[in-house]
Write a protein that binds this ligand. Structure first.
Ligand SMILES: [Fe+2]
Ligand SMILES: [Fe+2]
Length: 375
């Protein structure tokens, strides 16, 4: 060992010793939850999480310049651009016309041809709730990055932070292209997102990755087949990975019995859901303009959310089945009061996701098995 190395070791020993003592006595020792002896973050390697989330995210990484060239992003690299050129060269004239990359004026023309002014306002109203939600998803995932254990989980959350940043900036440009006023958050959306951001520790995984991303997954699944909105298909794929993260993470680092069952935590989760329920009648008029029954969408969203919560072990004050029964009761009571000739329906059995691929992706995330849709 050289003199420099010997000197380093002499300085490091008291430094680490002081941090170890502070950690033992006051819980204020080394700040980094990093083990440089094992070359891992605390919690170990967790390669399964790295493979399911970090590796997969990089394999499926998409660029706005390729998926939505009209939005003006310059994020594709040389290889991706060359690949895109080669693909278009091999197409027939008819195929080239279909795949032609639109400019922004052409995209706006398409939106004006496909939608009335009121329909454009309704789409922007509904999607802007998710657009603002992407800002919170970015903030919350950055905080969760510091909360999770293991190298694999940190790699997974790092990819989510990147993807939420991309979702925020790309969805914002997409909504601006509609040339209608973009509403601020409604009181209900504000209450839900602030509640999630302020929740403690891993409860953020419930609030964000189960509840908020469950809503985003359903809305992208509903709208991704509509004209001009096909870019939402890649948003849907990203959100499906994010909604799968709580279950995958908690398989490796399970919640304790008390963390799952504590009546206080169960109520806190229920409190996070309440504003989401109030959002349904709030969006009813806009969704009706688009031919969607808000309670069908609400039932579909809440069913998926309860399945994800149940799988991950985020228990609610009542069981999943009781919760869905209660939900149908509340929705039908509201509809009885506000809709003439309403017949009771099982809204919680509705399915509002449209695309075959999107249904298959959701089935895999919700039930952990390949979808019968593709068979
Ligand atoms: Fe997102
Ligand atoms: Fe997400």
């Amino acid at each position: 060992m050289g003199n420099g190395a010997v000197g380093g070791a002499v300085v490091a020993r008291p430094c680490r010793g002081r941090d170890a003592a502070c950690e033992f006595l006051f819980n204020t020792g080394r700040k980094a939850k990093y083990d440089d002896h094992e070359y891992e973050f605390r919690g170990g390697a967790c390669d399964s999480l790295r493979k399911k989330h970090y590796d997969k995210s990089l394999r499926l990484l998409w660029k706005a310049e390729d998926k939505a060239p009209y939005l003006g992003f310059k994020d594709a690299n040389g290889v991706e651009k060359r690949l895109s050129q080669l693909t278009s060269q091999s197409l027939s004239d008819e195929e080239k016309a279909i795949c032609k990359k639109m400019s922004m004026p052409e995209f706006k023309e398409l939106l004006n041809k496909e939608y009335t002014q009121r329909e454009k306002e309704a789409i922007v109203s509904v999607l802007s709730a998710i657009g603002h939600g992407e800002a919170y998803a970015w903030l919350v995932s950055a905080e969760l990055l510091a909360e999770v254990e293991s190298t694999g989980a940190r790699a997974a959350l790092t990819m989510q932070v990147l993807e939420e940043a991309k979702h925020f900036v790309v969805l914002r440009e997409l909504l601006r292209a509609f040339d209608v006023e973009i509403p601020r958050l409604s009181a209900w959306e504000y209450a839900m997102l602030e509640g999630v951001y302020k929740s403690d520790g891993l409860e953020k995984l419930f609030g964000m990755n189960v509840l908020v991303e469950g809503i985003a997954l359903s809305l992208f699944g509903l709208m991704s087949t509509w004209p001009g909105l096909d870019i939402l298909r890649v948003f849907h794929l990203d959100e499906s990975r994010h909604t799968a993260l709580p279950n995958n993470y908690l398989k490796e680092f399970p919640l304790t019995w008390w963390e799952k069952n504590s009546p206080v935590r169960r109520m806190q989760r229920f409190k996070m859901i309440l504003p989401a329920l109030a959002m349904i009648p709030h969006l009813e008029e806009d969704l009706a303009v688009l031919g969607i029954d808000a309670f069908d969408l609400g039932g579909s969203v809440i069913r998926k959310m309860t399945v994800l919560a149940d799988r991950a072990g985020f228990l609610l004050p009542v069981s999943k089945d009781q919760f869905l029964w209660l939900l149908d009761k509340i929705f039908n009571t509201y509809c009885d009061l506000t809709r003439p000739e309403h017949d009771d329906q099982q809204f919680s059995e509705a399915e509002t996701t449209v695309g075959k691929d999107e249904l298959a992706v959701e089935h895999q995330v919700l039930y952990g098995t390949p979808s019968p849709v593709l068979n």
